[in-house]
Design a protein around this ligand. Sequence first.
Ligand code: GMT
Length: 375
Amino acid sequence: MKIGIVCYPTFGGSGVVATELGKALASEGHQVHFITYSQPARLDFFSENLFYHEVSVRNYPLFDYAPYESALASKLVDVVRFEQLDVLHVHYAIPHASAAFMAKQILSSYGIHIPVVTTLHGTDITLVGKDPTYKPVVTFSINQSDGVTTVSEDLKEDTYRHFEITKEIKVIPNFIDFSRFSLQAKDHFKKAIAPNNERILIHTSNFRKVKRTEDVIRIFEKVQAVIPSKLLMVGDGPERVYNEQLCRSLNICENVRFLGKQDAVEEILSVSDLFLMPSESESFGLAALEAMACKVPVITTNAGGLPELNVDGFCGYMSNVGDVEAMAAHAIEILKDDETLNRFKENAFTRAQDFDLKKILPGYINYYKEVIENS
Ligand code: GMT
């Protein structure tokens, strides 16, 4: 198949899933065309089946806001016509699903039919999409898609709850590529971070409010008071400065390292003992799955799709949003002795295998075929 993929080219979960999916499809022999405003962050290797088409937005003094959606739709028309694509797969509804709809209409005037699959990732529904600013466009463009997928059952239910959707939604969960995410020997790095063999806790995110990074710091403050430990904060975003100030006021700076955005997250996960994800909402929790693949157990909330990933008491624990006390107690429970920690580590790896790329990829390929056939 010739597949066009539209996504945010950033480190965000939807962009990562879209890019990893495209890479996997290309290695199965499909021709994959990424259509984005810059090279996707994880598009880091050459393959004869991978193509990248940049959407450039022409600015003009009249524009307070450059019309990205129109530029994207025009580029889609061009790429679908010229490359003769079989299907367009857009990740994150806003504004990709409506741009795809516009492109589809324009293409039909050339006698070209292009099926569109929209994958909803989370905040495009739970936070941004249901805001009246975007809701009518999001509802319309989901209903106009030839196929719609969500990354969890919970997000599917949320979509039906908040929007008048007439389409059937297919759930295809996030996946993990074990050839990249697996435990690596990084003892020198571990020694540098934890010279006295302290436990290492880790959080990775875009430091937005929805991630409740303040809870990460407050959980860690309680853990380090009982168990010698270090915290690695990976990523960057609006809450980071405030979190750094909080560490100062709690007097725990010497045990907390803010590492900023990192390419090789799997190397940092490989030296970690416990992952913290106290999110307000999380449609799936890809970052937690990446941790589990590297044998890192997870402390999460029970929000959104997290119960579809985390198995309470097996590969980690779940608590109500904001229950810092419970999350700290669970963290201490896992970290208290090597035997318990090693059991949770092995269980995390076992659970991650349910989301192996090899198991999930055929779901997308079969869905494309079904949508192409029925549209
Ligand atoms: O987590 C984010 O804020 C980034 C966001 C995105 O769309 O880029 O991630 C969402 O999509 C991921 C991949 O499907 C999911 O694993 C994340 O749970 C989801 N984030 C939220 O729902 C907050």
